[in-house]
Design a protein around this ligand. Structure first.
Ligand SMILES: *Cc1c(COP(=O)(O)O)cnc(C)c1O
Length: 476
């Protein structure tokens, strides 16, 4: 078979506009009034290189359908240029229905946390000054009292994220010593957090015991020797082993730890400050329960169910937390004032549980009732219908939302979805157009239709979704 691909490629490349012609087009001329000309020219060169690369790697079938007309190539370049000039990190509308999605920045912050960020960045801040004495303060003190009150622990420290917290605790308490962990708890979270790797990097010696589905208390006890640094328990937050299963409870581990004078660490993953199951939601481990059971150090994330900024929170016995704070690694893993500002405001919300569900967006989404979801779905569907006329179809169907973030991973919440089809556009193409809308909208595909899960839409976002769809069907 003759390969025509190279001829087609040559033909496409010959249609490529010259840079000096491109910058004469109206769209790009107007961009040059706003941005430095050199920057624009630089971006255009990158885009042309990128396009050439794409085309060089395209298969013949795709090449044949690829836009050959000069005008079309120009509009592709213009589109890419406009996108390059926009910020990369932007607010996104989450129509996909995963409440805590690492890709979408996990927990959205409360209004109170947002306000705190504005306040402390508006000028200077008290991040490390003790205001009454005027002396140098310690940033750990900013939230330690709050964490102690909310968890019942003796002391607390905060670092960059829970991976950092885990690494820091292991390095402080088990450097060069054996940390005993069940084979059923050697988890991977989100691809890059792997307990065995974190343990190795921390300088602890991993001592695995038991089997995937069963680890008994005596196995921990048998593994203890004079070089044991730590007993580690990890909440297996993103999967469930069912069937012939038995794990050693934290309480049993604590008994063994006390008997042999070895500290017990509990990595809770998400961790919650109160019991969600009392409100009919799935149970997620409660930090104060681990403390009450006698864990020496407990770690959890700031941006999962807690609903705050990215952070790793460590609570536990004062003698261990003091060692952790003194470790030089904790200086390297420390958080900035922005994190402390948002975290402090988030923690304060938990003192008023009545208002909490209203002000804490992630909890608010979890607590949405079926009728609230239906009401939102109808509002979205009607709004879409009024702009679509006969250019598309909508509908309301049942579905499930995920809590996500490794929290309650095996649990899902029944929800209401609004499906959308525009003309003959494929769901993949429509999904892409929505992601490139302003603001970007992330959706899901179900039964060959783009769907919006109304659970994760803020009230004011329904109008934004309708406006974005309007811009797609009625351009100009
Ligand atoms: C999410 C999770 C982590 C990692 O937390 P980050 O805040 O993402 O660093 C660690 N352990 C468990 C059990 C988790 O669920």
């Amino acid at each position: 078979m003759v390969d025509y691909s190279n001829n087609i490629r040559k033909k496409i490349f010959s249609q490529f506009p010259k840079v000096d012609k491109l910058i004469e087009t109206e769209t790009i001329k107007s961009l040059i009034q706003k941005y430095p000309r050199d920057l624009i020219v630089d971006f255009i060169r990158d885009i042309l290189d990128e396009l050439r690369n794409e085309i060089s790697q395209m298969e013949e079938k795709k090449l044949l359908t690829f836009a050959l007309k000069k005008e079309e190539i120009i509009s592709i370049i213009q589109e890419k240029l406009v996108l390059s000039l926009k910020p990369k990190l932007r607010r996104v509308i989450n129509g996909a229905g995963i409440i805590l999605n690492t890709g979408l920045g996990r927990a959205p912050l409360s209004k109170q946390a947002q306000q705190a960020l504005i306040d402390v960045t508006n000028g200077f801040s008290s991040v490390e000054i003790d205001l009454p004495s005027g002396l140098r303060g310690n940033r750990h003190d900013l939230v330690e009292d709050l964490l102690v009150k909310l968890t019942g622990a003796e002391a607390a420290a905060v670092v960059n994220n829970n991976a950092a917290a885990t690494m820091l605790i292991l390095n402080t308490l088990s450097l060069g010593k054996e940390a005993i962990v069940s084979r059923g708890e050697l988890i991977t979270i989100g691809g890059s957090f792997r307990i065995p790797d974190i343990m190795e990097k921390s300088g602890a010696i991993m001592k695995e015991i038991g089997t995937t589905n069963q680890t008994k208390a005596w196995e921990y006890e048998n593994a203890i020797n004079e070089n044991t640094g730590l007993l580690l328990k990890v909440h297996t937050s993103n999967y469930k082993v069912v069937g012939f299963v038995s794990e050693t409870s934290l309480q049993e581990l604590v008994e063994i730890g006390v008997k042999h004078n070895v500290p017990v660490m509990h990595d809770l993953g998400s961790g919650m400050l109160f019991d969600l199951s009392q409100y009919g939601l799935p149970k997620e481990p409660v930090v104060s329960e681990s403390i009450k059971a006698g864990a020496d150090v407990v770690s959890f994330s700031g941006d999962k169910l807690l609903g705050g900024p990215q952070a790793g929170i460590i609570v536990g016995k004062k003698k261990y937390i003091d060692l952790i704070k003194k470790n030089q690694l904790s200086r390297a893993l420390r958080c900035g004032k922005l994190t402390f500002a948002a975290l402090e405001a988030t923690l304060r919300l938990f003192f008023d549980q009545e208002k909490l569900i209203k002000s804490h967006p992630a909890l608010n989404f979890m607590f949405k009732t079926k009728s609230e979801l239906e009401e939102k779905a109808v509002e979205l569907k009607n709004g879409l219908n009024s702009i679509l006329k006969d250019q598309g179809e909508t509908g309301i169907i049942d579905g499930v939302s995920e809590i996500g973030g490794g929290s309650l991973a095996t649990e899902s919440l029944p929800t209401v979805l609004v499906k959308l089809k525009i003309g003959e556009m494929s769901p993949e193409a429509l999904g892409k157009k929505l992601r490139l809308s302003d603001p970007p909208i992330v959706t899901r595909i179900k039964n060959d239709r783009v769907v919006f899960d109304v659970r994760t839409l803020f009230d004011d976002e329904i109008a934004l979704v309708i406006r974005a769809v309007d811009a797609l069907v009625n351009p100009g």
